[in-house]
Design a protein around this ligand. Structure first.
Ligand code: ADP
Ligand code: MG
Length: 264
């Protein structure tokens, strides 16, 4: 078990979804999702393929327009607001992009810039988005690469790195922006099995340092050891949630039991 109960502050909520629903045409992909994530909490999202995990993550990051419900970031309603006549209106884009800057996203595909060195990949957003001075960006990027164990690769081209190293660069790139929360969507699913561990190790270290994290993953061992809470999503519903020990050892719903059975 990690020490997050102790490291956590007075239970303040970082991110909250209330009654979130999302349809693609007449296919309901998320159905009445209620979810709140505390500061420094690590939440793992598990569920079968197509259950809506990526859509939920993307909706929480305002990368996806949901149809119903509200998202609150540190208590502030964002995404959609109610106009005075009751209509739903989109939040100001400038406000949304401010909030998005505080969210780091890491995807299955690393999407590093192939024409930039590892260091320049990490510096890019610091220069362009944060408007940092080159020297400062350089220093911060190097320190962040150090954190993920890749300082010695600073000058390398991304395509010379293993998949695990590339994903660690992608994590460093997000991390350098000092996000308040990190969202991971199957960060190890594209990796050869022997490269998964080094990426999970970096994520585990982040969790232990108190980063607030939402992680979509099929790595049940990681979820069991690192998550404070595991959410099981099926057909757009949160079917079950709780501490990993309870969820994994005593699943209440047949669907979760069956899902976990596939990993044994
Ligand atoms: P998961 O990440 O759990 O595999 P997704 O969130 O990617 O699930 O997808 C949930 C459902 O939404 C799936 O049935 C998928 O086919 C559908 N879906 C996802 N994105 C789109 C889209 N852009 N247009 C139409 N359907 C989509
Ligand atoms: Mg997905």
């Amino acid at each position: 078990m990690n020490q997050s109960a102790a490291k956590r502050g007075a239970g303040d909520v970082m991110l909250e979804a209330r009654g979130m629903s999302k349809r693609f045409g007449d296919h309901t992909v998320l159905q009445d999702i209620n979810l709140s994530i505390q500061r420094s909490e690590v939440v793992c999202l598990i569920g079968p393929s197509g259950s809506g995990k990526s859509t939920l993550l993307r909706s929480l990051a305002f990368l996806e327009n949901y149809d119903d419900g509200e998202v609150f970031v540190e208590g502030e309603l964002l995404g959609y607001d109610r106009a005075s006549d009751g209509r739903r209106v989109r939040s100001r884009p400038s406000r949304l992009s401010d909030v998005r800057r505080n969210m780091g996203m890491v995807f299955q595909q690393f999407n590093l810039w192939p024409h930039l060195s590892v260091l320049e990949n990490v510096m890019e957003a610091l220069l362009r988005v944060r408007g940092m001075k080159r020297d400062d960006a350089h220093r911060l990027a190097l320190a962040t690469l150090e954190k993920v164990g890749l300082a010695e690769k600073a000058g390398a081209w991304p395509n010379r790195l293993s998949g695990g190293q590339q994903q660690r660069v992608a994590i460093a790139r997000s991390l350098a922006m000092s996000p308040a929360i990190m969202l991971f969507d199957e960060p190890t699913s594209a990796l050869d099995p022997e490269l998964v561990g080094e990426v999970l190790q970096v994520m585990r270290q982040l969790a232990e340092e108190g980063m607030t994290m939402v992680v979509v993953t099929h790595e049940m061992g990681f979820a069991a050891r690192v998550a404070d809470r595991v959410l099981f999503l099926d057909q757009g519903h949160i079917v079950e949630q709780g501490p990993p020990t309870r969820l994994f050892r005593h699943p209440q719903s047949p669907r979760l039991a069956q899902f976990l059975g596939n990993y044994l």
